[in-house]
Design a protein around this ligand. Sequence first.
Ligand code: URA
Ligand code: URA
Length: 300
Amino acid sequence: MNTQASLSDLIRQTVEAVRQEEEQGIESLYLPAGLDGALPLPERTRSARSGRPAQPAGAGRPAGYAQPAGAGRPAGARRADQANQPNQPVQSVQSAQSAQSAQVTSLEALYAKYHRCTACALGFTRKHFVFGTGNEHADVMFVGEAPGAQEDEQGQPFVGQAGKLLTRILNAIDFTRDEVYITNILKCRPPNNRDPMPEEVDACDAILKEQIRLVRPRLICALGRVAAQALLKENSSIRALRGRFHDYHGIKLLVTYHPSGLLRNAAYKRPTWEDVQMLRKEYDRIVQSDVQATPGAEVS
Ligand code: URA
Ligand code: URA
């Protein structure tokens, strides 16, 4: 057997082993050590950057409603939205759309407005409406595709295997999950993790737009093809879209590979690492120019 073949066999086997372990609830191991070395993600600690400007009050503290559904919440309360679902009046597409026009002023109110949404069929099969998590005033927002099984279970975005890799990528560029904002194009899980359908993306669009309006990120990172295409209204591949900033209604938007793509294909690691370093650099540049701007310089 040649080296190439045995290496890819090894990678496939280890990824499969990790997947099985995770299915069995073994959470800590999510990237095999061999692959780990192939992904140049230096572990950096927050304390290494103590010189950065102070966080705004409340930064880094996820809003209560966005806390992991299981964490700190009694099991009985966990499925409040689901438990109510069968008897809830069906929120029609029309009412979801008109909800859009009545401006909400907080993420909490936005969550309250939509968490029982049945504007598309996924509202009837989900366990949890997976809204978003992190800093309500984040400068950087990460947008994935849709909740998977674990996210659907827990009501939190990116908590499964891909989520753990996302957390590590964030840490590697010296962000924590709590200081950025993390959400998805779709808030409800497509059965069997199939790709979102265009009508589902359309039905969910208003929620993400509102999240972006309320969080007001300076940078958006689209994770994967579905997020990139939905946000940029483009059909191009990740390969074509990544590596540069796009304009999303005045917000700089970077496209990179989805963490689950990285778990399948080690060749995506290098470009992803380049992309997230570009994101970090731009964030540092923005923070730096904010610091340099004198308070009196604001145009009134
Ligand atoms: N620090 C913040 O306050 N927000 C971000 O989005 C990232 C770092
Ligand atoms: N994949 C996504 O795109 N989003 C999640 O929340 C989890 C996995």
